[in-house]
Design a protein around this ligand. Structure first.
Ligand code: UD1
Length: 426
């Protein structure tokens, strides 16, 4: 398995193009199942998870054509066309490899009146149940049965518009509910909906396909069902997690970088804490500029929360930054119960971190020390790369396949701004 070697201590300078968002692209791709007409998506990141979703769509009979953009690293365009569905079952072997494949449930059910999708099971960052997805589809009139590890949902007479009131915010359940409601008969209200920008992006695409939706970006989304959706083209929004990760790379390594093709409003909560920590962040014509010159970062505390709060997907990377800050930071994780797996690895790099319940207490040290470390999940992997950028000496990050699931050409993007980083093939 490939490894990544980083020699720390080099300041960063230059620009990094930000790719389309993985977490937007996956549900957007699933939206092609809602119609027999083609859906064209541009600015799609070239990632293992995205290719995996394309394979899944092919199993349902969708035609999938990928055209890479001419400039390297700019992702590509998918033309997806599910003219005839040949299947409505997503096997365990598929869903266990990528939990986000569960988002095909709503569109399949809405279009075909039935779907059978494996329960995703637990994953490294916690139990991650799907009760909210099922609750939403039941509210829309589906009969849902659990059998042999599968969710079997049916609505032979079609889904019916309804009020769905989520007890807690879920990104994936909101996406399934939103897609299903577009073809349900009548009026649906999704209350306590997730407000993540990826939901707004999905809603915009669905509206381009003819869906009638209002309230995107708020916690109450209203959908008036239509009989059918039509062809559309949509550009995937910039990846806010990639944006935030590279912003923190500059804050850890020092220097000045411009992140092009992205927007400040996608990472407002991170910008606030980065500025408190002593970094300078400004909007430019082409994206965002992030700089840290001279002084050591100052410790700042943060608590993860649904958007617009501090994203759980940036928590591990932020901890790498705080590990070298002046002072003590409390980082509280409220979304996932087991999302501190990067801590033992950061300790191997001489960080001083203790965990008390859902809070990591991070006492900054002047400099981390390079070490061999193991990537345990996607975001943890990127935090170890960031830690390596700020560490003294050499860091080897093992098991980097997680990174390839969510970051397009990470080592190339960082080396083009001067980082001493390379991939060591297995
Ligand atoms: C999405 C993101 C993931 C991010 C997460 C939170 C994608 C592909 N993934 O994951 O990167 O970390 O949002 O921002 O977009 N929950 C339930 N029952 C459910 C569903 C969720 O209890 O039916 C709980 C989860 O266990 C978790 C919380 O709700 O504690 C939030 O999870 P959710 O927003 O659903 O995350 P995902 O959509 O899986």
């Amino acid at each position: 398995m490939d490894k990544i070697r980083i020699r720390g201590g080099v300041r960063l300078k230059g620009e990094i193009p930000i790719s389309g968002a993985k977490n937007a692209a996956l549900p957007l791709m699933a939206a092609c199942l809602l119609t027999d007409a083609p859906l064209t998506l541009t600015n799609v990141p070239k990632l293992a998870d995205v290719a995996f979703m394309a394979d899944l769509l092919r199993l349902f009979g969708a035609g999938v054509e990928w055209t890479p953009e001419s400039s390297p690293g700019a992702g590509g365009r998918y033309r997806l066309c599910a003219a005839n569905l040949v299947g409505t079952t997503a096997d365990y072997d598929i869903v266990r490899k990528m939990r986000a494949s569960f988002v095909v449930l709503g569109p399949l059910l809405a279009r075909a009146g039935q779907a059978k999708v494996s329960l995703p099971g637990g994953c490294a960052i916690g139990a991650r149940p799907v009760n909210l997805h099922l609750m939403a589809l039941e509210a829309l009139g589906a009969a849902v049965e659990l059998s042999d590890g599968y969710v079997i949902a049916s609505a032979p007479g079609g889904l019916k518009g309804a009020r769905i009131e989520f007890p807690t915010v879920s990104v994936g359940a909101t996406e399934n509910a939103l897609m299903a409601a577009t073809l349900a008969e009548g009026h649906s209200v999704i209350a306590n909906a997730a407000r993540e920008p990826e939901i707004g992006d999905l809603g915009d695409c669905l509206m381009a396909m003819g869906a009638r939706i209002s309230g995107l970006g708020t916690s109450t989304i209203v959908v008036d069902g239509v009989a059918a959706l039509h062809a559309a083209e949509h550009a995937v929004l910039p990846d806010r997690i990639e944006t935030g990760t590279y912003a923190m790379a500059a804050a850890i390594a020092g220097g000045e970088i411009e992140l092009t093709g992205t927007r400040a409003d996608l990472i407002g909560s991170l910008i606030t804490v980065l500025e408190m920590a002593g970094a300078q962040v400004s909007q430019t014509n082409r994206g965002l500029a992030v700089a840290r010159n001279g002084v050591r970062p100052t410790s700042v505390s943060a608590t993860t929360a649904p958007f617009p709060g501090f994203p759980t997907d940036l928590q591990a990377q932020f901890m790498a930054l705080m590990a070298t800050a002046e002072g003590t930071s409390h980082i509280r994780e409220t979304i996932f119960e087991n999302r501190f797996m990067h801590v033992p690895e950061l300790l191997r790099m001489s960080a001083d971190i203790t965990i008390e319940g859902d809070t990591a207490i991070v006492r900054g040290v002047p400099r981390l020390a390079g070490a061999p470390v193991m990537a345990t999940d996607l975001r943890a992997s990127s935090s170890l790369v960031l830690a390596g950028l700020g560490a003294e000496g050499e860091t080897i990050v093992n098991r980097v396949y997680h990174l390839d699931r969510g970051f397009e050409r990470l080592e190339e993007k960082l080396s083009r701004v001067g980082a001493d980083i390379e991939r060591l093939p297995a």
